[in-house]
Design a protein around this ligand. Structure first.
Ligand SMILES: Cc1cc2nc3c(=O)[nH]c(=O)nc-3n(C[C@H](O)[C@H](O)[C@H](O)COP(=O)(O)OP(=O)(O)OC[C@H]3O[C@@H](n4cnc5c(N)ncnc54)[C@H](O)[C@@H]3O)c2cc1C
Length: 287
């Protein structure tokens, strides 16, 4: 099917894009890589009178290091670009690895990080990892800028904290401390993940584990009891020792996760995958 007719706008600057959206309201939507939007428009699941093409906007591009050592990733960065970026590979190899395995090469070269976050289809990889990394999302509108923690951004399936006139400009990831390790693993039978698990292990200072599960439910969720249990691991504990202590907590917590039987697998199977994938990411972090 063809999309319903719409007017395509090509603003020359971020300022112009925001002004257009403020003026056209919910009759308009942003177009980045189009990998989700065009499919939805063609299927007429979504219809807009106006489409604002943000792809040419330089202000939304590039990956750079912030003064505090963190990384700022422009919302228009594609998964392919992130996977191959020297700064991401150096500071966040676990995130580079994730980006290398999103979908297929056609989706990776066109699909953007901003698009996957704003579309909020739950079967996605990056949102889970960004929650574990405690990333911040920079939203811009004609009213100014505001920053929303990634952990508070997704509100439900296809629902986010972004106001209709706001555009996601960038994603900021806090600096990693020496010794910090992060990892992500997912599994699924379709092109999208059935379950994904992200871990960030910070052994210095008061040791902390961030362990997040995604795709299984509408929004990424932290395994908070496992995170709490990880605080009592002996410093420098081997993976084998740590897993002996954490495995019962992870499995008990996984058992209680909300999950549904669907084309990605049965709810029980997905809960089982959580423990399997948690073991793999923890092994990678503690090795
Ligand atoms: C076949 C297939 C397989 C996939 N498999 C995976 C997978 O394995 N793992 C995974 O993580 N993802 C997967 N995806 C999702 C993929 O990551 C997204 O399609 C892609 O990143 C979306 O980016 P885009 O630039 O194409 O968004 P678009 O299609 O251009 O936009 C999507 C939505 O987000 C809005 N939007 C886009 N950018 C912004 C912005 N900066 N500010 C505000 N709103 C914005 C648009 O208005 C639109 O509503 C898959 C997608 C497809 C089609």
């Amino acid at each position: 099917m063809r999309p319903a007719r719409f007017t395509l706008h090509r603003p020359a600057s971020l300022h112009e894009a925001l002004a257009l959206k403020a003026c056209l309201g919910d009759a308009a939507t942003f177009h980045a890589g189009g990998t989700e939007l065009l499919v939805a428009l063609k299927a007429r699941v979504l219809e807009y009178d106006h489409v604002i093409d943000i792809k040419p906007l330089e202000e939304l591009r590039g990956i750079r290091q912030l003064d505090d050592g963190g990384l700022r990733i422009g919302a228009l960065c594609t998964h392919h670009l992130i996977a191959n970026d020297p700064l991401v590979r150096q500071h966040l190899p676990g995130y580079a690895h994730l980006s290398e395995h999103v979908a297929n090469i056609r989706v990776r070269v066109a699909g953007t990080l901003g698009g996957v976050l704003c579309f909020a289809e739950p079967h996605a990889d990056a949102p889970t990892m960004l929650c574990a990394l405690d990333a911040r999302l920079v939203l811009a509108s004609t009213r100014g800028q505001r920053v929303v923690p990634s952990r508070a951004f997704h509100l439900g399936e296809f629902s986010t904290a972004r106001e209709d006139d706001e555009l996601l400009a960038a994603i900021e990831i806090p600096p990693q401390r020496p010794g910090d390790r992060s990892a992500y693993r997912s599994f699924g039978h379709t092109e999208r993940p059935a379950v994904g698990v992200a871990a960030v292990w910070c052994p210095q200072g008061p040791q902390r584990l961030h362990l997040w599960v995604g795709a299984i439910a509408a929004v990424p969720t932290a395994l908070v009891r496992t995170e709490e249990a990880a605080r009592s691991l002996s410093p420098g504990a081997s993976f084998e020792v740590a897993w002996r202590a954490l495995e019962p907590v992870v499995s008990a917590e996984a058992e209680q996760l909300t999950a549904h039987d669907d084309l990605h697998g049965s709810a029980d199977y997905k809960r089982h995958l959580v423990t399997v994938l948690a073991k793999r990411v923890l092994e990678e972090c503690l090795k």
